[in-house]
Design a protein around this ligand. Sequence first.
Ligand SMILES: Nc1ncnc2c1ncn2[C@@H]1O[C@H](COP(=O)(O)OP(=O)(O)OP(=O)(O)O)[C@@H](O)[C@H]1O
Ligand SMILES: [Mg+2]
Length: 146
Amino acid sequence: MHILDIVENSIRAHAKKIEIKIIEEKKKDLLTIEIIDDGKGMDKKTLKNVLDPFFTTKNTRKVGLGLSLLAQSAEESGGSIEIESKPGQETKVKATFGYSHIDRKPLGDIYESLKVLIIANPDINFIYKYQKDNANYHLDTKEIKK
Ligand SMILES: Nc1ncnc2c1ncn2[C@@H]1O[C@H](COP(=O)(O)OP(=O)(O)OP(=O)(O)O)[C@@H](O)[C@H]1O
Ligand SMILES: [Mg+2]
């Protein structure tokens, strides 16, 4: 659900390419989720306020919960969140989780999540990279469309 939420931000920022990276590193006891988009990016003021649940640029309501809830989940498992963004440049949201931590939320149904995103957004190029120990999986909708 967090991944769908963060990708929704990218879609709203008019991204044409969205990369979703999941890395499971059991040896380091780490789960990392990264969402990188080529949307409009954030100015300094937005970036500074982005983890505040009462900050949003949506005008439908007064709360913006996507990133603050992701940060909360990461922190509950001993991890953290990093956001890099500049106007007109790539936005990167990276969340790390303590893999074996009892409060680490399960990864969920990635297949269904990706399917929904890909079908609902035919004009966006989705790249999915999954890494677990020595195994790698890579999906690029541009290649599928070709
Ligand atoms: N990928 C992104 N590109 C550009 N701006 C972003 C991106 N992600 C977040 N933002 C900015 O940060 C704000 C806060 O994001 P957040 O997901 O926390 O809340 P929201 O999207 O406003 O509301 P909600 O997620 O609750 O529907 C957004 O309103 C938007 O201005
Ligand atoms: Mg959001």
